[in-house]
Design a protein around this ligand. Structure first.
Ligand SMILES: [Zn+2]
Ligand SMILES: [Zn+2]
Length: 329
C-alpha cells in the first residue's frame, strides 16, 4: 500500500522533536516542529511548504535559521504556524538580521506566519524578501473550527495544550485514500505526473466513468479505466503529533479528541513514571501517560519521542513503559 504522506521523526527519539511529512508525489514536504534539522538534507528542506510549530521552546524551532537560509533565494513560498503570539515572534526573528542587500530585484520569496489559538487561526502576516521582510498583516483564512490547513486531499487540525505556555498538537487526515498502483502505471506505460492529482480530484468529485483524463504524451484515458486499473480506494491516512504537554485531564481529553482512532500517534514520552515529579514540574507527559493516552485514543500504533537527556542512551525503559501502558487491557 502506498501512502499519501510518509511521516518520519527527524531525529532519534532522544534528539530534538520533529516529524517530517514526505509527500509521495509532487516534490513536497511539511514539518511538525523545527528543532535540530541536521539529519535533513537541503533537498528535503527545500521541499517544505509548511512548518507547524508546537511552541517556541528552542528545541522546537531552532532549525528555522537553516530553513530560512536555504529558502531565501528560491521562490517557493513557506508557511509557518504556531501558537498565540507566533506572528510577533517571527517578526522579531526576521528583525534580527540586516536585509539591506534585498530589494525589488531579489527572488520573490515570501514567508507567511500564522498564529492559532486552539480554535482558529487568529493572526496572519506575510514577510516578503523583496520588502526586506517588513510585516504585512493579511486576512485570516476561513477554516472549520480547529483547522490549520485544508487542501483537496487532506486537512490538518490542531489543539492547544497546556505546557505552562500553549503548545499545539496536530493531526493529519487524508480525506479519502486513492492509492496509485505503481506497478499498474508501469504495466500500462502511464507516466507519473500532475495528471494523477487531476484523476484523483475527478474520483473525489465522483465524475462518471466516461470522463476523460488527459495524460501527457498519450491519448486521453477514461476515468472508469483508471478507477479499475490504477487506483485503490480506502479510508484516508490519519496520524497525530503531540509534543510537550502537561499530564492534565484537559490535555488528555484534547489529545484523545485529536487522535481518536488514528493509524499512528507520535507522542512525547520524556520521563519515566518514577520521575513523575520532574514531568510535573516541567509540564511534560510521562511515558506511562503517553501509553495510556494512546490506548484510550484507540490508535493503531504509538511512536514515542522527546526522551529526556537525563536517561542518556539508556532509553529502552521509556519505550517499554509506553508500550506496557499502551497494550494494558
Ligand atoms: Zn517545551
Ligand atoms: Zn520540548
Amino acid at each position: 500500500m502506498s501512502l499519501l504522506v510518509q511521516p518520519r521523526l527527524v531525529n532519534v527519539p532522544s534528539g530534538d522533536p520533529g516529524l517530517y511529512l514526505d509527500f509521495q508525489f509532487g516534490q513536497r514536504a511539511m514539518l511538525f516542529d523545527l528543532g535540530d534539522s541536521a539529519p535533513l538534507s537541503p533537498r528535503e528542506l527545500i521541499r517544505v511548504s509548511h512548518a507547524f510549530i508546537s511552541h517556541a521552546h528552542m528545541d522546537h524551532i531552532a532549525g528555522f535559521e537553516r530553513l530560512l537560509r536555504l529558502r531565501l533565494h528560491r521562490p517557493r513560498p513557506l508557511v509557518l504556524l504556531g501558537p498565540p503570539g507566533f506572528v510577533d515572534l517571527m517578526q522579531s526573528r526576521l528583525g534580527g538580521y540586516s536585509w539591506n542587500l534585498l530589494d525589488q530585484t531579489s527572488v520573490d520569496f515570501r514567508l507567511t506566519a500564522q498564529a492559532f489559538d486552539g480554535a482558529q487561526i487568529v493572526e496572519v502576516a506575510e514577510f516578503a524578501a523583496r520588502e526586506r521582510f517588513t510585516r504585512r498583516d493579511l486576512a485570516v483564512p476561513d477554516l472549520p473550527r480547529g483547522g490549520v490547513c485544508s487542501e483537496a486531499e487532506f486537512e490538518i487540525s490542531a489543539a492547544a495544550l497546556d505546557h505552562g505556555i500553549p503548545s499545539l498538537a496536530f493531526a493529519f487526515r487524508q480525506r479519502q485514500r486513492f492509492n496509485v498502483w505503481r506497478s499498474a502505471l508501469d504495466t500500462l506505460g502511464l507516466p507519473v505526473g500532475p495528471w494523477i492529482d487531476e484523476a484523483k480530484q475527478a474520483l473525489r468529485d465522483e465524475l462518471p466513468d466516461d470522463h476523460m483524463i488527459a495524460v501527457p504524451g498519450m491519448e486521453p484515458v477514461p476515468l472508469g479505466f483508471l478507477r479499475a486499473q490504477v487506483f485503490e480506494t480506502g479510508p484516508g491516512q490519519y496520524f497525530a503529533y503531540v509534543s510537550d504537554a502537561a499530564d492534565t485531564s484537559a490535555n488528555r481529553a484534547r489529545i484523545i479528541g485529536l487522535a481518536r482512532g488514528a493509524d499512528q500517534l507520535y507522542i512525547e514520552a520524556p520521563f519515566l513514571h518514577a520521575d513523575k515529579a520532574i514531568a510535573e514540574a516541567t509540564c511534560h507527559l510521562t511515558a506511562r501517560a503517553a501509553g495510556e493516552i494512546a490506548r484510550i485514543a484507540g490508535v493503531r500504533r504509538v511512536t514515542p519521542f522527546h526522551y529526556s537527556a537525563r536517561y542518556g542512551d539508556d532509553v529502552a525503559e521509556l519505550a517499554k513503559e509506553v508500550n506496557a501502558a499502551f497494550i494494558d487491557n
